[in-house]
Design a protein around this ligand. Structure first.
Ligand code: SF4
Length: 247
């Protein structure tokens, strides 16, 4: 799925039919305190959370992030060594033959679109930015295939500029945890930015993604034993919904 003409693939609101939302009658202040508790527990639980894509600089991270759409980081990491050996920088990638690039990145899926995005991005970087990946949201999102999610990955990890990444995990978890009721990723990002201190945006994204991959998975969230359980409305709502279905 290509959203808004970018390679930022996302399934907003994909909570598989389970209800989500805030704690009943929760004030803004209570939500803010609850968000801080969730952030603290996530940071303790996933102290090692980090970007799981392999890269050495902003160019490599941008390529890897574009390839990660609808693909696991593990698979991306199997193709990027060959990709970066053959095309070590934007100027080389800008001159790539699509067929050769497609052959290298094929395991990541949607390889024709991804090859177009990679070449388009590299050409724009060469033509507009003297072969350097730009370090602002404003310029990053003007690159072909780059949306806010990808731009935030680059800002947060390659440039040490806080970036709140709303991928499929962050969208699903923030809805389940009742931190937002929004479904649009840009609105989710905006609401999370108000709840989470700016200096923590990048690490909060990593911790949420780790939690979504390891505990709060899409189909089978391990609520029993989840450290967020006391502050998460999702298990209670799911129980109520199950009871209603049986009644
Ligand atoms: S309690 Fe359940 S829904 Fe809430 S964060 Fe944990 S695993 Fe996810």
């Amino acid at each position: 799925m290509v959203s808004r003409g970018s390679m930022d693939f996302l399934h907003p609101g994909s909570i598989l039919g389970y209800p989500a939302g805030p704690m009943p009658r929760e004030s803004k202040r209570a939500l803010s305190f609850r968000a801080q508790r969730i952030r603290k527990v996530l940071f303790e639980t996933h102290a090692d959370a980090h970007c799981e894509l392999d890269y050495t600089d902003a160019f490599e991270l941008l390529c890897a992030t574009l390839l990660s759409a609808q693909c696991t980081d593990k698979v991306v990491n199997t193709v990027t060594p060959a990709l970066f050996r053959r095309f070590p920088d934007a100027s080389q990638l800008a001159k790539a033959r699509p067929s050769e690039l497609e052959r290298i990145i094929r395991p990541t899926g949607f390889y024709k679109n991804k090859a177009k995005s990679l070449i388009g991005m590299a050409r724009a970087v060469v033509e507009r930015h003297e072969e350097q990946i730009p370090d602002t949201m404003e310029e990053l999102v003007k690159l072909p295939g780059v949306g806010r999610k990808t731009a935030n990955v680059i800002l947060g990890n390659a440039f040490d500029t806080p970036g709140l990444v709303v991928d499929t995990h962050v969208a699903r978890l923030s809805q389940r945890m009742g931190l937002t009721q929004q479904k649009d990723p840009v609105r989710i990002e905006r609401e999370l930015m108000e709840l989470i201190p700016e200096e923590d945006w990048t690490q909060f994204s990593h911790a949420m993604i780790f939690h979504g991959r390891r505990i709060c998975t899409a189909r089978n969230p391990a609520c029993e034993g989840c450290p967020i359980f006391p502050d998460c409305p999702f298990p209670k709502r799911r129980t109520r919904k199950t009871r209603r279905r049986k009644a």
